[in-house]
Design a protein around this ligand. Structure first.
Ligand code: AMP
Length: 199
């Protein structure tokens, strides 16, 4: 089965990038991470990268119209026609509407939303550690605080919309990586989106 259309949501430092890759590999679907697309473009010095660099460095959100364009382009590629895992998009209510519109135009909808639940203090600790390891330009203390504030103000509310549709699986994001992956797999199995590992 590789037709799952998934979204993973959680604050910065929740481990959603790592878990997203594990889920996508397991299901044979691509990860569509807007943050990765933007970072690659900044690195490559493309026109898109030049437009978004200052926004990303400040931890602010790239305008919805531009982000929507990037996502529609990516989801229109062959490998994402049947299934995908979105990481980092949608990030506010306007983007939820944009995505709904795009998916419904091709007769699709999201099958499940994985919410990784991690307390604020734990997120900050993990991002600070990552900043030391990876040296991301948007991992300074001030920018981290801005990104978490935006998450709480703009991104957390999108979960209410998806909860009302009955497609959110809330997963405790504190624990070992393997334990968390196992919980996510169990939730996807319960929705019939993944075969069971049990022989
Ligand atoms: P991330 O790696 O998902 O934390 O994304 C890094 C940065 O890319 C964010 O802080 C934003 O500046 C930008 N970005 C990523 N996804 C979006 C989105 N859906 N909407 C607006 N900006 C985004």
């Amino acid at each position: 089965m590789n037709s799952a259309k998934l979204l993973i949501v959680g604050p910065q430092g929740s481990g959603k990038g790592t878990q997203g890759v594990r889920i996508a590999e397991d299901l044979g679907i691509p990860v569509v991470s807007t943050g990765d697309v933007f970072r690659e473009n900044v690195k490559g010095g493309t026109p898109l990268g030049q437009r978004v660099k200052a926004i990303i460095d400040a931890g602010d959100l790239v305008p919805d119209s531009l982000t929507g364009e990037v996502v529609r382009d990516r989801l229109s590629q062959d490998d994402a026609r049947e299934g995908f895992l979105l990481d980092g998009y949608p990030r506010n209510l306007g983007q939820v509407s944009d995505l709904d519109e795009f998916l419904s135009s091709r007769g699709d909808e999201l099958d499940a939303v994985i919410e990784l639940d991690v307390p604020r203090e734990e997120s900050i600790e993990r991002i600070t550690l990552r900043a030391k390891e990876q040296g991301r330009s948007d991992d300074t203390e001030e920018v981290i605080a801005n990104r978490l504030a935006i998450y709480e103000r703009e991104t957390a509310p999108i979960l209410d919309v998806y909860r009302a549709r009955g497609i959110v699986d809330r997963i405790d994001g504190v624990g070992s990586l393997d334990e968390i992956t196992a919980q996510i797999f169990a939730a996807l199995e319960a929705r019939g989106l993944r075969g069971s590992d049990a022989a």
